[in-house]
Design a protein around this ligand. Structure first.
Ligand code: DX5
Ligand code: ZN
Length: 555
């Protein structure tokens, strides 16, 4: 079974967009805390929660308790994407008579708990769990609490109670974003260590300062500490929590308040404030422009791919691109599913298998079983029927579906019917066969054609740039529409992978910032450009935005 990687990604993107739309229309609400828990929600809804949108009160459903109820847009948007109600209802947020209020209310289908008064959700969850125990039911309870909320003494009373009664059906998830309504948690009531000064990044740099997990451990909880924006870490943590018997589990998910929108990130101002109507479309575009970096390990030491995988993980890659070559579809041979199977136990990081092989329909099952999370096959060796079979098999196994086209191949007509739900498209920018080749410049032109076809057919997936991608052309590839970037020689071929991945992110971010400034200018001229720039008050983003705006002559 795969991770459901792109399905979750797409779900999260949609949910974040709905949060922006709804809070903008309402002119109030809490985007910051909705975004810090966006990945947590995405993984719960897609991979764990058992529910029935047609029968929201189904007795055996799992219970999702949003104790930090002010983040209700983050819950409602997920309920909408899951199908409890139409997405258009999000625009009634906070209106009189609406089911979607500023804090979750039981009249909204899928809501289990009227959050809002903080500190209560965990106690409530214990009640559900003990009742289920008495009734011989085995549904699970997932309870999301906030770090600001942890100022409430009742949280710790509940912590003791759950441990005493060995309530192992509860998985609490702490959205540890370090910010509460008025300031940083570590200034108001530290969970880790007192923060002096205003630089939140201080708390991120030094893991020895993180004490929150120890607090919960001392209360008798099973504690799992992760990066709360990484889908694969969340997925693994939740499955470990579920498997732990005899004690309640808490996942301390380190997150970023406002994650996904640069000017909201780590900024306490966005705890409870809505974007305005003019800014919202720029944010919407920003949410469409999230991107991933995927090193291709064949550019490394082929005799020690285990080490290359570890380098990618330490380098903070988003996922790992695995180039499978069979010596037939392309002249070279690299490795096959047996190698992927060997690499799989090293890490939970998503595996993106690019199958440059003949007759993929015959082999795709092996690549699923080996632990691939995304599988891409080539259009040149598929037709409608074989790709349909591959598509169905992958989707049934929670593996994301990719299609690749060679430099000389156009999107085949048979592919159009799959495009609306295709997860990934690779438009090869080298003739496949080996790493270290030069990017074929005409790919940029081809991308314009491909993107217009994709738009025509309502593509919601991600374009992956693969072949000859470098720091010099990654920005242009992003501007063409690519949102995932494979780097062989440009990443794996370098000694400091972490540094080079950071550089990749920076060059792509630069292009993205340019694009967003351009959008601001198109929508509202220099006045809106300046307002957009001014929103970026945390860190050094503002200086770069000013520089770009000057280059573009937009200020
Ligand atoms: C080409 C492969 C690519 C390639 C990437 O056959 O599909 O993934 O190895 O390596 P670079 O980035 O060096 O072209
Ligand atoms: Zn590849």
């Amino acid at each position: 079974m795969g991770l459901n990687y792109y399905k979750i990604k797409k779900h999260i993107r949609k949910a974040r967009k709905l949060v922006i739309k709804s809070t903008t229309v309402a002119a109030s609400g809490h985007p910051g805390g909705s975004f810090s828990m966006a990945e947590i929600m995405g993984v719960l809804f897609n991979n764990y929660l058992h529910f029935d949108t047609k029968n929201p009160l189904w007795e055996d459903r799992d219970r999702l308790v949003l104790s930090k109820g002010h983040a209700s847009p983050g819950l409602f948007s997920n309920l909408a994407v899951a199908g409890y109600f139409d997405e258009s209802e999000m625009e009634t947020l906070r209106k009189f008579g609406s089911r979607l209020q500023g804090h979750p209310d039981l009249k909204c289908p899928g809501v289990e708990f009227c959050g809002g008064s903080l500190g209560i959700g965990l106690s409530f969850s214990i009640g559900i769990a003990l009742a289920a125990r008495i009734n011989g039911k085995n549904h699970r309870i997932f309870t999301i609490i906030g770090d600001g909320e942890s100022n409430e003494g009742q949280v710790w009373e509940a912590a003791m109670t759950a441990a005493k009664y060995k309530v192992d059906t509860i998985t609490a998830i702490l959205d540890r974003n370090f910010i509460q309504q008025d300031s940083y948690t570590e200034k108001i009531m530290p969970l880790d260590e007192q923060l002096t000064g205003d630089d939140l990044s201080e708390m991120w740099k030094d893991a020895s300062r993180w004490k929150t997990g120890d607090k919960w451990r001392s209360f008798g909880w099973n504690v799992i500490e992760i990066d709360g924006h990484r889908i694969e870490q969340l997925d693994k943590a939740i499955s470990q929590a579920i498997a732990t018997k005899g004690a309640p589990s808490i996942i301390v998910a380190r997150t970023i308040k406002g994650k996904g929108v640069e000017h909201m990130e780590d900024n306490p101002k966005w705890h409870g404030k809505a974007p305005d109507h003019e800014i919202a479309p720029i944010i919407d575009l920003e949410l469409d422009c999230q991107f991933m970096i995927a090193p291709s390990i064949i550019a490394g030491d082929m005799t020690n791919l285990e080490n290359e995988v570890k380098r990618c993980v330490n380098g903070r890659a988003d996922y790992i691109h695995l180039d499978v070559m069979d010596g037939q579809f392309v002249p070279n041979k690299t490795f096959d599913h047996t190698k992927i199977n060997e690499l799989r136990p090293i890490t939970e990081i998503p595996f993106d298998a690019h199958l440059m092989i003949n007759e993929p329909v015959k082999h795709v099952r092996d690549y699923i079983d080996a632990g691939s999370d995304i599988i891409t096959v080539h259009a040149e060796v598929c037709n409608e029927s074989s790709f349909g079979e591959i598509y169905d098999t992958l989707k049934q196994n929670q593996v994301s579906v990719g299609l690749a086209i060679n430099p000389d191949t156009e999107l085949p007509d048979w592919s159009f019917k799959f495009i609306p739900t295709l997860d990934q498209l690779i438009v090869m920018s080298v003739v496949p066969g080996k790493s270290g080749q030069k990017y074929i410049e005409s790919t940029h032109e081809k991308m314009t054609r491909v993107v217009s076809k994709l738009n025509e057919h309502k593509f919601q997936g991600y374009i992956e740039a693969d072949g000859g991608v470098t720091l010099e052309n990654a920005g242009a590839c992003f501007a063409d529409g690519a949102r995932a970037f494979v780097g062989g020689s440009a990443i794996i071929g370098q000694s400091d992978i972490r540094g080079v991945i950071r550089e990749f992110r920076d060059v792509i971010l630069h292009t993205r910032r340019r694009m967003l400034l351009q959008k601001a200018n198109d929508l509202g001229g220099s006045e809106l450009v300046n307002r957009w720039i001014d929103l970026h008050s945390i860190g050094k983003k503002k200086d770069e935005l000013i520089r770009i705006a000057k280059e573009l002559e937009h200020t």
